[in-house]
Structures are given as structure tokens and as C-alpha cells.
Design a protein around this ligand. Structure first.
Ligand SMILES: [Zn+2]
Ligand SMILES: [Zn+2]
Ligand SMILES: [Zn+2]
Ligand SMILES: [Zn+2]
Length: 100
């Protein structure tokens, strides 16, 4: 029962990432329609967002990198931000002894 359309009509929505396979899911972060291969089902996000998702909460898009651990982190997981410097809340906990 599976018929493949070869060129011509664009009746089925294409994945917005690979633009090859049929889109089956919608990323909950960016709203892109993506195919199965470009979607992470357990996270509910597309591959593009997966690469830029906060490595701490894994819920929000990262806005920068922690200066200490090098992980990409979102605004909410940023504990300290000073111009170009950014430290995640996890590193900040061990870093707070620095305050003396
Ligand atoms: Zn795709
Ligand atoms: Zn996405
Ligand atoms: Zn986060
Ligand atoms: Zn860190």
C-alpha cells in the first residue's frame, strides 16, 4: 500500500532538516517538522535542537557554554554570567568556595 511519489507533487510534508524523508514529528522546541531519523523520540526534539540543547536540564536551548566544564547551557542553568564569561549552576556550586 506504500506508494512513493517521485518528484512532482508535494503532497506529503518533507522533513525540514534533511528535506528527503517524510516529516512525521514536530520538534517541541523549534517547531520544525522532521522525519524519524532527525528526531529524538525520548526527548521530543529534532536533531538540530539536540545539538544545541542545554546539557544540564536538557529542556531549553543553550545560550552559551560553561567556562569551566565546557558544556552548553541554557539561560536557566547559567548561574553566573559576566559579559563573555558564563558558568553553569553545577560548576558554580563547586566554584562558590572561590568567593571566600
Ligand atoms: Zn529528515
Ligand atoms: Zn528542533
Ligand atoms: Zn538548562
Ligand atoms: Zn559547568
Amino acid at each position: 500500500m506504500m506508494k512513493k511519489l517521485i518528484g512532482g507533487s508535494e503532497s506529503s510534508l518533507k522533513c525540514e532538516i534533511c528535506e528527503e524523508r517524510e516529516a512525521q514529528y514536530v520538534c517541541r522546541i523549534c517547531g520544525r517538522r522532521v522525519c524519524e531519523d532527525d528526531y529524538s523520540r525520548e526527548k521530543g526534539i529534532c536533531k538540530v535542537c539536540e545539538m544545541s540543547i542545554c546539557e544540564i536540564c536538557k529542556r531549553h536551548l543553550a545560550v552559551g557554554k560553561c567556562e569551566k566544564c565546557g558544556r552548553i547551557i541554557c539561560e536557566e542553568c547559567t548561574a553566573y554570567f559576566d559579559g563573555a564569561r558564563r558558568i553553569c549552576k553545577e560548576c558554580f556550586t563547586s566554584f562558590s568556595s572561590y568567593h571566600s
